[in-house]
Design a protein around this ligand. Structure first.
Ligand code: SF4
Ligand code: SF4
Length: 193
């Protein structure tokens, strides 16, 4: 039989009743559920074991720490998360998601925050340069003469089975980028340089 806990400290009891354990002053209580809804994973179940950071290829090469982002999400630290340039250092390799003992998907937590950041116009210019490449060619990194020569040397056709070979599909890609406003965002931000 369960019994009610009595902490004899009203403030502590109130805080412990909040499953997100947010600091009261600088947190946004809507941030964690918003990120979870987009990511489709229950970030608040993170118990900060650090397996994700220990597996992350970006961690030894930068200050980026996925465990730290998970904690900040759960504290509702919207502005800190969205304005941290490290948000864009995840390679989306999904190793952390493969290894998380809580079966969470930290990669998608990062992707969700990137989506929210981009909607608020917070996005690195080099990411938008990639958008421009995709809009023009269907590729973030377009094919080049050096790459074509390397492909031929390996016995491959110079153009891969993508928009490189079938440029007639580029307008469909352009339409997707226009419908989601990605192209307009790239034009606006890059035009302000
Ligand atoms: S591996 Fe999972 S539970 Fe552990 S810190 Fe990372 S996200 Fe949290
Ligand atoms: S998906 Fe991102 S955060 Fe996760 S291990 Fe790969 S680079 Fe690190």
């Amino acid at each position: 039989m369960t019994s009610a806990k009595a902490y004899k400290d009203a403030a502590l009891a109130e805080r412990l009743s909040d499953r997100y354990f947010r600091p009261k002053e600088d947190s946004d209580p809507t941030f964690t559920p918003e990120v979870e809804k987009i990511a489709g994973t229950m970030a608040h179940l993170c118990f900060q074991c650090g397996t994700c950071t220990g597996s992350c290829p970006s961690a030894p090469r930068s200050g980026y720490r996925i465990r730290n982002f998970m904690r900040r999400v759960n504290l509702g630290m919207r502005d800190v998360c969205l304005n941290d340039p490290d948000l864009w250092l995840c390679t989306t390799c999904y190793t952390c998601s493969d290894r998380c003992p809580r079966d969470l998907v930290p990669t998608d937590v990062i992707m969700a925050m990137r989506n929210i950041a981009a909607k608020n116009g917070i996005i690195p210019k080099n990411a938008l340069g990639t958008v421009t490449n995709i809009y023009k060619t269907g590729h973030g990194v377009p094919n080049s003469d050096a790459n074509r020569a390397a492909r031929v040397k390996l016995g491959l056709e110079p153009e891969p089975e993508t928009t490189c070979k079938y440029p007639e599909y580029i307008p469909a890609i352009q339409k997707i980028l226009e419908i989601y406003g990605t192209k307009q965002l790239a034009d606006k931000v890059l035009g302000e340089q």
